[in-house]
Ligand binder design. Structure first.
Ligand code: PEP
Ligand code: MG
Length: 317
């Protein structure tokens, strides 16, 4: 991407014909949020709340939680901040929530599922998020990780409503959620595709194993089809709900164009990727992005999907 394009990046994600795609940041706490605001993120698309409390043996108190969340909200006054509830798992241990003796932790009690084994933690977290939100001007959305069914989405939405949180959503990072997107989005206000886990679970390839990197690639046409299914489900008659992406896929400029072409409405990424994604997005019209997405989805392999999409994007050279 031309250095010139990067230096003029003003934070706005928009195609050359004016289709806006807000570019948001993935953050793990207040320090990250400040850096994200400096990098001109238009908001936060993923606050990984478990990063605020990694390694803790005990549940953080209400005061600790409010302070951690408010620090992030304060970096984005008046802007959207999507808070993800605790996503404890094998890769992100929270000893007060996870059982480390599970034989198959990626398929175990993790993410939203910890609400079954540690009841009350989620309600207390939602109360802390609501409390912090009430002390700031940020537009706070909240979403649950590892949602697999419409019942889980409905239960989460109820908990959010009881806590006074008006914009409940879910992550789509399990194939069942992509397949059931229409029913799931009937229960909540939005979805955010977690392409890291969606790739892991679609390809049945552990994301922590470097030896499986070729499978663990979000350019896999099977993963792109999961994205397409989710967007199709979200557009069902009667409830058009926004679907964003907050996995690493959004940080790859060519893949970001494909995702926008598939109908994704926001992209959330590590702050250092914002300017590059913004520049490439600005080099295509929405119709071109849709055509490039069609090419990628129809490719037989990940390598072909990537090569064919990149060949349509001269701005990348
Ligand atoms: C994802 O799975 O794509 C995601 C954004 O969440 P995490 O990487 O924290 O699992
Ligand atoms: Mg995930």
């Amino acid at each position: 991407v031309a250095a010139e394009a990067l230096s003029v990046f003003d934070g706005t994600g928009v195609t050359s014909d004016g289709h806006e795609v807000p570019l948001l940041a993935n953050v793990g706490g207040a320090k990250d949020a400040v850096k994200a605001a400096e990098a001109k993120a238009q908001g936060v698309g993923l606050l990984r709340t478990e990063f605020c409390f990694l390694g803790r043996d005990t549940e953080p108190t209400a005061e600790e939680q409010v302070e951690a969340y408010q620090g992030v909200f304060d970096a984005f006054p008046g802007k959207k901040v999507v808070v993800r509830t605790l996503d404890a798992g094998a890769d992100k241990p929270l000893p007060f929530l996870t059982d480390t003796s599970e034989p198959n932790p990626a398929l175990g009690v993790r993410g939203y599922r910890t609400d079954l084994t540690s009841p009350g933690v989620l309600e207390r977290q939602l109360a802390a998020i609501a409390d912090a939100a009430s002390r700031s001007s940020a537009d706070v959305w909240v979403m649950a990780p590892m949602i697999s069914t419409a019942e889980e989405a409905a239960d989460f939405a109820k908990l959010c409503s009881s806590a006074g949180l008006q914009t409940p959503g879910v992550m789509v990072e399990v194939p069942s959620a992509a397949l059931m997107a229409e029913a799931i989005l009937g229960e909540v206000a939005f979805a955010s595709l977690g392409t890291n886990d969606l790739t892991q679970y679609t390809m049945a390839a552990d994301r922590q194993l470097g030896s499986l990197a070729a499978l663990n690639n979000s350019w896999q046409p099977a993963v792109l089809r999961m994205v397409r299914l989710t967007v199709e489900g979200s557009a069902a008659e009667g409830h058009a709900k926004p679907v964003g992406v907050c996995g690493e896929a959004a940080a790859d400029p060519a893949l970001a164009v494909v995702l926008v072409g598939l109908g994704v409405s926001t992209l959330s990424m590590t702050p250092r990727a914002l300017a590059g994604v913004g520049a490439v997005l600005n080099s295509v019209t929405l119709e071109e992005a849709q055509r490039i997405a069609g090419i990628a989805v129809a490719a037989p392999t990940a390598a072909e999907a990537k090569a064919r999409a990149r060949a349509e994007l001269p701005a990348l050279e």
